[in-house]
Design a protein around this ligand. Structure first.
Ligand code: SME
Length: 155
């Protein structure tokens, strides 16, 4: 018997569902929207799920689910820009303690941001999930959400 934890099992089911859904349409925006919808509705502690996309050096909101978000994130400020500039996933257990964190909604308490890459391995934006709970995200989220993003084949 394997000792996979509950969160990982839940992600496994979600990943299977997303895999099937993404096969129906190769359009990146449709695929991003689908990923958000599935995660937002299946993960009760995900308060905001979405993409920010780099456009001519600016970071502009893309498809998302959840409360109204900032339409543009000030350059080189906050978690999304940090993840993009460092080219690494950032887990923030308490957003109040992250210097420069951009609070689009005061109910957001913790978050994870994963750089979004195209098929050439270039960073083209960020995938951001927020929770109303402090300390919500861990290595499992980082690993499983990265698997989901890897299904997006954006040229
Ligand atoms: N947390 C982000 C801002 C976007 S919202 O969380 C939707 C940041 O500081 O980059």
């Amino acid at each position: 018997m394997t000792c996979m934890d509950t969160k990982t099992r839940k992600y496994q089911r979600i990943i299977e569902q997303i895999k099937d859904l993404l096969m129906a349409n190769g359009d990146p925006i449709a695929q991003m929207a689908t990923i958000n919808a599935v995660l937002y509705h299946k993960m009760p502690d995900f308060f905001w799920v979405g993409f920010y996309l780099l456009k001519k050096g600016r970071l502009i909101v893309g498809p998302y689910q959840g409360p109204l978000a900032c339409q543009e994130l000030e350059k080189n400020k906050g978690v999304c820009w940090a993840a993009i500039n460092r080219q690494e996933t950032i887990i923030v257990p308490d957003v109040n303690k992250f210097p420069g964190h951009i609070a689009c909604n005061e109910n957001s308490k913790s978050e994870i941001v994963i750089p979004l890459k195209n098929t050439n391995n270039e960073v083209i934006g960020a995938f951001d999930v927020d929770s109303k709970l402090y300390n919500y995200f861990d290595k499992t989220d980082a690993k499983e959400l990265a698997k989901i993003l890897a299904m997006l084949k954006i040229r």
